[in-house]
Design a protein around this ligand. Structure first.
Ligand SMILES: NC(=O)CC[C@H](N)C(=O)O
Length: 223
């Protein structure tokens, strides 16, 4: 059962549920205070405004007791996907490298973006080709990926950059970088390839008539 962890202020938990239901993947929304159910076989940290983005987006949820269980599960290889606020919670809790800070525009940005698949040999991206361009929506105010140079070199060397913001033809340019993220990074892997976070929303791109279907392949990793 895929546990979709809900905090006070989560608001993409039901989108994640709807998407996983549509993919035929057994899942349930879990209130963070209840802890992970024993039958948890995968974890979604959904988007939203946990604790009202107080202090920094994701900072407070990252310190909730359930995150110790999530880290433990991640260490054991249980797949964990953090989306948007879930990505912020993931980086704040040390599941994934780098940090998400205020967009370069200092505004909340809601738009469709193009992403280039940088590593297609992960459970999250194996349904895509390396270099393939997909389109997903973003909706966040604090999505600017920041990471030190040395750590960036390290994660690039380990092939842990999953997606980069790009033009429709796949060129990685400053203009295609909506938030000013370091090196256009939109999603990264944790220590194990089974943990991933990304700012764009795959769960909002699973139905052909609403937002397209480019996100299906990412969530299908839970099947
Ligand atoms: N859609 C989301 O998850 C938003 C994330 C966070 N509240 C932000 O604005 O950055």
């Amino acid at each position: 059962m895929i546990a979709i962890v809900r905090f006070g202020g989560s608001n993409c938990d039901r989108d994640a549920k709807r998407a996983l239901d549509d993919l035929g993947i057994e899942n349930g929304i879990v209130w963070h205070e209840d802890g992970l159910p024993e039958e948890t076989s995968g974890i979604v940290l959904p988007g939203g405004f946990s604790y009202g983005d107080y202090l920094r987006a994701g900072a407070m949820a990252a310190r909730a007791p359930i995150m110790e269980e999530v880290r433990e599960a991640a260490r054991e290889g249980v797949p964990v996907l953090g989306v948007c606020n879930g990505a912020q919670i993931g980086s704040e809790s040390g599941l994934t490298p780098g940090a998400f800070t205020t967009n370069a525009s200092a505004r909340f940005q809601c738009e469709d973006v193009h992403l280039r698949v940088e590593n297609a040999e992960t459970p999250w991206t194996e349904r895509y080709e390396e270099g393939e361009v997909i389109e997903l929506p973003i909706a966040h105010g604090e999505g600017r990926f920041e990471i030190g140079e040395e750590e960036l070199d390290r994660i690039e060397g380990e092939d842990r950059v999953l997606f980069r913001y790009c033009e429709a033809d796949g060129r990685v340019t400053d203009e295609a970088n909506p938030t000013g993220s370091t090196d256009n990074v939109a999603g990264v892997l944790g220590e194990r390839g089974t943990t991933a976070v990304l700012m764009p929303h795959p769960e909002r791109a699973v139905l052909a008539d609403i937002g397209g279907t480019d996100g299906r392949g990412i969530l299908a990793a839970f099947a």
